[in-house]
Design a binder for this molecule. Structure first.
Ligand code: DX5
Ligand code: ZN
Length: 220
């Protein structure tokens, strides 16, 4: 397992000062910038599109981990690649052909991830594991920040960790939703090596971002 990395979700940032917020979390030690894209259809919320991703791309050189909660998915891939995404993560339920969607992302020369909703089994990723760079286990139902971690997802993290280790491939195991200094150690213990956190990072304003990020790391 690789070193644990933290990907703050800008969903909890102050959108009126989005550029400054991205730059502040990068300075505070974020390993990735996690961007939650929601379409009001696949999930019951609307957030941002490729234009905003493009606008904040110039603010930092940290990799952009873009979580697409949109359906149908395929016609939007190129726009997010062009906007500067480094990783595009998609849900198996968001399109009819997950393998084809992953190939589309990889053919653009960037990394591809698959996100598993709380009710989606680990096996949904089994036959695309040879193609992906990241598996994202959702520990809340996607759509909103600030929800409670669903403990049953720890078993799924363990199952995905086994699959990744058996594959021998360099694949990140990311967990997203309800990550706090209390739940982060459980997720890491189960096998996660990349933590998404929105409310736990952005609470208390920019002067707290570095401490909030550090508190999520092992021993933090
Ligand atoms: C939920 C998003 C998450 C969310 C995490 O649909 O994918 O990235 O913003 O927020 P917290 O850390 O507040 O649960
Ligand atoms: Zn997310």
């Amino acid at each position: 397992m690789s070193k644990v990395q933290v990907a703050p979700s800008i969903l909890s940032a102050d959108f009126a000062r989005l550029g400054e917020e991205v730059s502040a979390i990068a300075d505070a030690g974020a390993d990735y910038i996690h961007v939650d894209v929601m379409d009001g259809h696949f999930v019951p919320n609307l957030t941002i599109g490729p234009n905003v991703v493009k606008a904040i791309r110039s603010v930092t050189d940290r990799p952009f981990d873009v979580h697409l909660m949109i359906s149908p998915i395929d016609s939007y891939i190129d726009a997010f690649v062009d906007a500067g995404a480094d990783i595009l993560t998609v849900h198996p339920e968001a399109g009819p052909h997950l393998h084809r969607t992953i190939q589309h992302i990889k053919s653009a020369g960037i990394k591809a991830g698959v996100a598993l909703n709380p009710a989606t089994p680990a096996s949904a990723v089994e036959f695309v594991l040879d193609q992906v760079d990241l598996v994202l286990v959702m520990s809340v139902n996607p759509g909103f920040g600030g929800q409670k971690f669903i403990p049953s997802q720890l078993k799924k993290i363990e199952a995905v960790r086994k699959m990744i280790d058996l594959s021998g491939r360099d694949i990140r195991l990311e967990v997203d939703g309800g990550i706090t200094p209390e739940t982060a150690p459980q997720a890491i213990e189960a096998g996660a090596d990349m933590l998404v956190a929105g409310s736990a990072v952005f609470k208390d304003g920019p002067q707290s971002y570095a401490a909030n990020i550090a508190a999520l790391r092992p021993g933090g």
